[in-house]
Design a binder for this molecule. Structure first.
Ligand code: ADP
Ligand code: MG
Length: 227
């Protein structure tokens, strides 16, 4: 088991008021699994990924990820856990604009136990079909190419787990299938577990395991029932 969630609740606070955004009684992901999560905007998908990545502590319950009990870690320990175990891919890439594709991937290796390696970084970019873009900066690349750099960067430290939050949200439909296929293939080859959040049917249907966030997250179901 790579991820195990039990009685997880995540609350946000607004002045004196607190409201529960995520309420998941029980959920597991096995090592090496590839999972697609779909659900409407505002249903708490990003919040769940933030908790799994150790960006946000759970309000209550247990979240075990890669052998770590996230709720038991302090902020500094969560930072270290994330740097070593998690590759995070954002909708907006978060590439460093002043650096080339190769440098962005090397930066992805900086906080891993392995030292940055030019050969490995180059190989990853070649795997993403970007061998001819090694020394280009993000502004000189298409959006699809930039997202493939972001995938290479996330894979660079050989994380146990990749979390991708709407990774194709900025891509045109022509490139969506290709980017998802490359991401899945690379995770398989590197023995990396993958969770993708998306509201695009084409993305979700590429996965054997598809999770409806409305069914998984009881907080949202309750809110809908009241509304
Ligand atoms: P999704 O990714 O499914 O669109 P989010 O996890 O981003 O959903 O947000 C779930 C709900 O929590 C939304 O109603 C959002 O407005 C609220 N929310 C998200 N982040 C915060 C925050 N830092 N403080 C307060 N409320 C938040
Ligand atoms: Mg989101």
């Amino acid at each position: 088991m790579l991820i195990s969630v039990e009685n997880l609740k995540v609350e946000y606070h607004n002045g004196n008021e607190s409201f529960t955004v995520v309420d998941i009684p029980n959920w597991q992901v096995d090592k090496g699994e590839q999972v697609a999560i779909s659900g409407p905007s505002g249903s708490g998908k990003s919040t769940l990924l933030h908790v799994i990545a150790g960006l946000l502590p759970p309000s209550s319950g247990t979240v075990q990820v890669c052998g770590c009990d996230i709720g038991q870690l302090g902020e500094a320990e969560r930072d270290r856990f994330r740097a070593e175990s998690i590759g995070y891919i954002f909708q907006s890439f978060n590439l460093l604009q002043g650096y080339t594709a190769l440098e962005n991937v090397l930066l992805g290796m900086t906080f891993s136990p392995r030292k940055p390696q030019w050969q490995a970084a180059t190989a990853l970019l070649e795997e993403m079909g970007l061998g001819h873009r090694l020394h280009h900066c993000p502004a000189q690349m298409s959006i699809g190419e930039q997202q493939r750099v972001a995938i290479a960067r996330a894979l660079a430290k050989r994380p146990e787990l990749i979390l991708a939050d709407e990774p194709t949200g900025s891509l045109d439909p022509l490139h969506t299938g290709e980017v998802v296929a490359k991401l899945r293939q690379s995770c398989r080859e590197h023995g990396c577990t993958l969770i993708v959040v998306s509201h695009e049917r084409e993305v979700v249907e590429a996965f054997e395991r598809q999770v409806s966030f409305l069914e998984l997250n009881h907080a949202f179901a309750k809110k809908e029932a009241v509304a």
